[in-house]
Design a protein around this ligand. Sequence first.
Ligand code: FDA
Length: 579
Amino acid sequence: DADGYDADVLVVGTGPTGGAAALALATYGVRVHAVTRWNWLANTPRAHITNQRTVEVLRDLGVEAEATKHATPWEQMGDTLFATSLAGPEIARLRTWGTGPDRATDYLTGSPCPMLDIPQPHLEPVLVGAAAARGATFAFTTEYLGHTQDDSGVTVALRDLTTSREYTLRARYMIGADGARSQVVEELGLPMEGELARAATAYVLFRADLSRYVEHRPSILHWLMTPSAAFGEIGMGLLRAIRPWHTWIAGWGYALDGPGPDFDPESVTARIRGYVGDPDLEIEIESCSSWYVNQAHATRYSSGRVFCGGDAVHRHPPSSGLGSNTSIQDAFNLAWKLAFVVHGHAGPELLETYSDERVPVGAQVVARANRSRVDYAPLNECFRTTGEADPVAAGLAKLRDPGPDGVAVREALTAALELKNHEFNAQGVELNQRYASTAVVPDGDAGEEVFARDRELHLQATTRPGAKLPHAWLVDGAGRRTSTLDVTGKGRMSLVTGLSGGSWVRAAAKLDLPFLRTVVIGAPGAEDAYRDWARLREVHEAGALLVRPDGYVAWRHGDAVRDDDDALARLRSALSAAL
Ligand code: FDA
């Protein structure tokens, strides 16, 4: 452009973080260029659990319907199964992902979006395709080499891997979305806390028609208690459905200090046949890989004009399914802030709040995902009796023992399964984030938030500043249901008030800001027909909320303000504090 920039924002990486950042930035009218060293996107299944918050982000960015086409629907995500093999005796089941009747209402009430299972190779093209359609540019087979930054921008060194040509591009800002071995994090010297490679897992992608074992008890995750898989924290083998019911991953732990996983096709075939319990099963092995269990997070996500997100700054195992979810949500937190600064709606200090808000989330996610692995120990104790020649057979015999030992172990199993709700029905982990930063204006007198129920398990909807705007169904002009999330977001700040909040409406009109919309709940287009919003808003109908483009409440005023000048002064000061 005339200022000498090749792009407003240059993104290194096109995984969930880079793809979502490019999509959001392009949607907000920011010139974004993204590079990846590969010739296309993820080619192995990796992340799949897509939680409600992420689907809300996809909805806001207008790609929910497209992503849903590639997803196993929520209802089919079903139970998590524990068995000796798919053909063998079942040991226990856990209702998961909120699909059980005890939790389904929470999931249906908490969000306009269902949880979905979208394998990463299907989700990434949705993000990148929509971003490109909206003007983002992409350079594949392009390696990031390094960067320098100064007061006005970042100069990024790249290599075109087809021609080996090296060149530089100049951008106002750069995003390091370059994954768990992030070069950008290293160059910035972002401090990391925790431990890398504390355990190891083998993954084999294979094809086999397993419908007859699972169609009648749909489940994405099947944990197999076999002597060969009895290793490490989880202590069970995994069969994960990638495409019901013919594409699968088999996973198992292996010793870090040993020779590495045995990927000899014969032994892999034997292992999978053992997990399935079918010695003649036809299997087509597609690929074998291994990955380390990390437990580390950065305590700062940015330095100057460079911002890191995703696996680059939080590294943890897939338990709890938080990897790509957290990555996409990092990008969504950052993108509107960059857009507001690039467009001159906010000062550059706003960008500092990205790190302040997302570091605690990353730390929590890393701890939670690792805890979810450790929490398999009580199940293992119920399923296996150590010291016996066949610990699994002995454990299962005990589990079925009619005597007092059996009673005790069955009671222990109830508690052990209960504990796994923190991994598999953890709606609170997914939706209860609270942001504290200068982009949030705290309530003066509301005091510390008290969680009425277990914070990890249960969503607590609130309009407290720093929390996500509660979802309530409204009714639009055509009589369709529309969410409070649908009438806000989409790259703009929203002033939300009620029919009696005229002074706020006039204040916003007077300010006449291109990035601020006014939402009057109760007015045509946003009727509170079910009165759900009235129950959830926690402020007077004539009070006001200021909702950020990422759906988080920046500020609220609980009471009616009758005086127009007073409303104007309050709104102006809230906006200038938040931005
Ligand atoms: P990601 O690693 O996806 O992307 C990094 C990007 O940076 C790539 O585009 C890469 O090409 C690019 N890049 C890196 N260095 C570069 C350079 N020098 N030059 C140019 N480009 C460069 N998560 C989960 O939630 N559930 C799960 O079940 C699993 N399972 C799983 C299995 C396996 C085998 C793996 C490897 C990972 C998982 N994950 C997972 C984790 C999940 O895949 C992960 O959280 C996200 O991919 C992170 O997204 P990012 O975009 O941050 O990094």
